[in-house]
Ligand binder design. Structure first.
Ligand SMILES: CC(=O)N[C@H]1[C@@H](OP(=O)(O)OP(=O)(O)OC[C@H]2O[C@@H](n3ccc(=O)[nH]c3=O)[C@H](O)[C@@H]2O)O[C@H](CO)[C@@H](O)[C@@H]1O
Length: 400
């Protein structure tokens, strides 16, 4: 069976992180979200993958190449403009002539759930469903006897069900006829769920495969930390790198090639540290932390429950928790990011969540900077010595 992964969207609500990469390439637990999708497909027995790419497609194509490294074959098709999931899937129509699987590229999902969807071999459509809070942010599904009776995409008003579409489908090629005949939705997109609603209206059977297995989506920045914690929990420790005498490690800690943990440092897993990193001396890395490749954490700095992407340098006497730090961010000594249950805002949604900061790629932070809880700082900003950051900052600004 072939699988089509939808991976062309930006993920606007995760800006500033998606200014420089598509949402599917945000790392959690030390790997891009999309890598978990590819691995789960492989584990489910699918090795022929069509990847629909668009926004910043080179980030995906450079990373995955032909898929060989993951034991799969990846063929790319381009969605030139991101006009919605139905439009994305249409780009793959010429490569499909049998039953096939479709999966969103931005959800973390257990392979057991994918296998159940694959197993359905009769009927017209099978759709994976999950039960979530905040169902109104998804395609809400009404079911009866494991059959879908209605689908409402991001309904406003009263909650009708907590069961939602998980974005994994077993389709026959009939779906393309419906993907081509739908109108643009009130959200301005061509949506797979509209095509499914049309099929229901014409009497086609849509089976709901409900799962309680792991399924996660990151709608907002603060959700990424939960995704990070969940994926870190599945990693087993190994040390390709080097521990100096007097460095202390406990729990599951992955230490990449040519990385070194210097004397007096203290690391409590689950933690993932990439290749070519230098930690310490006397640095503290606490659970729930993923550090990318080529990072430096200087002495007396403490990092917990955070994602640091590649090429990040955090100077000494800093304290970072519940934060997401973009590629190439360089911080001077004494950076304090306060983390608390803060009112955080993204894309006009304000929620109470525990968060420190999200800092976009290549932002430079001078010494003794204090960032208040729940702030998003854009890409390529320059934050001057001693600044207190109390508000979100857009891209490319100087804050003094
Ligand atoms: C219309 C639709 O399908 N809605 C489903 C989608 O909503 P949701 O609004 O979450 O869909 P997203 O916009 O996140 O897109 C899902 C996936 O499709 C890709 N993408 C999106 C737009 C585009 O033009 N091209 C493209 O390739 C994205 O990169 C992403 O990987 O997933 C949810 C599960 O997470 C479901 O509950 C929703 O019912």
């Amino acid at each position: 069976m072939k699988a089509v992964i939808l991976a062309a969207g930006e993920g606007r609500r995760l800006r500033p992180l998606t200014v420089t990469r598509p949402k599917v390439m945000i790392p959690v637990g030390g790997r891009p979200i999309l890598e978990y999708v590819v691995s789960a497909l492989k584990e489910s027995g699918i090795i022929d993958i069509i990847m629909v790419v668009g926004y910043k497609r080179e980030k995906i194509m450079d990373y995955f190449g032909d898929g060989n490294k993951w034991g799969v074959k990846i063929t790319y098709v381009e969605q030139p403009q991101q006009l919605g999931t139905a439009h994305a899937l249409r780009q793959a129509s010429h490569m499909i002539n049998d039953r096939f699987l479709v999966i969103n590229g931005d959800n973390i999902i257990d392979a057991s759930a994918i296998k159940e969807v694959i197993r359905v071999s009769d009927g017209d459509v099978a759709m994976l469903t999950v039960t979530v809070d905040r169902a109104q942010e998804y395609g809400v599904v009404k079911t009866q006897n494991q059959m879908v009776k209605a689908i409402l995409e991001k309904p406003k008003g009263e909650e009708i069900s907590k069961v939602v579409n998980a974005g994994v489908y077993n389709f026959s090629p009939i779906i393309f006829r419906y993907l081509e005949s739908i109108e643009i939705s009130e959200r301005g997109e061509y949506e797979i769920t509209d095509a499914l609603r049309k099929m229901l209206g014409e009497g086609y059977a849509i089976k709901s495969v409900h799962t309680n297995a792991l399924w996660m989506d990151a709608l907002y920045l603060w959700n990424l930390l939960d995704m990070n914690a969940a994926t870190l929990a599945t990693r087993r420790g190994n040390a390709d790198g080097r521990l100096e005498d007097g460095a202390h490690i406990s729990g599951e800690v992955v230490l990449g090639k040519k990385s070194v943990v210097r004397s007096g440092s203290y690391i409590v897993g689950p933690v993932v540290i990439g290749d070519n990193c230098e930690i310490g001396p006397n640095a503290v890395i606490l659970p729930g932390t993923s550090i990318g490749n080529n990072c430096t954490i200087e002495p007396f700095t403490r990092i917990s429950n955070s994602i640091l992407m590649d090429n990040v340098k955090i100077a000494s006497f800093s304290d970072i928790s519940s934060s997401i730090i973009g590629d190439g961010v360089v911080a001077g000594p004494g950076l304090i990011i306060e983390a608390d249950d803060a009112k955080v805002e993204a894309d006009n949604v304000v929620m109470k969540a525990r968060m420190g900061a999200a800092i976009g790629d290549n932002t430079e932070v001078a010494g003794r900077v204090l960032i208040k809880p729940g702030k998003a700082i854009g890409v390529r900003c320059k934050i001057g010595e001693g600044t207190i950051v109390r508000d979100n900052l857009p891209d490319n600004v100087r804050a003094l």
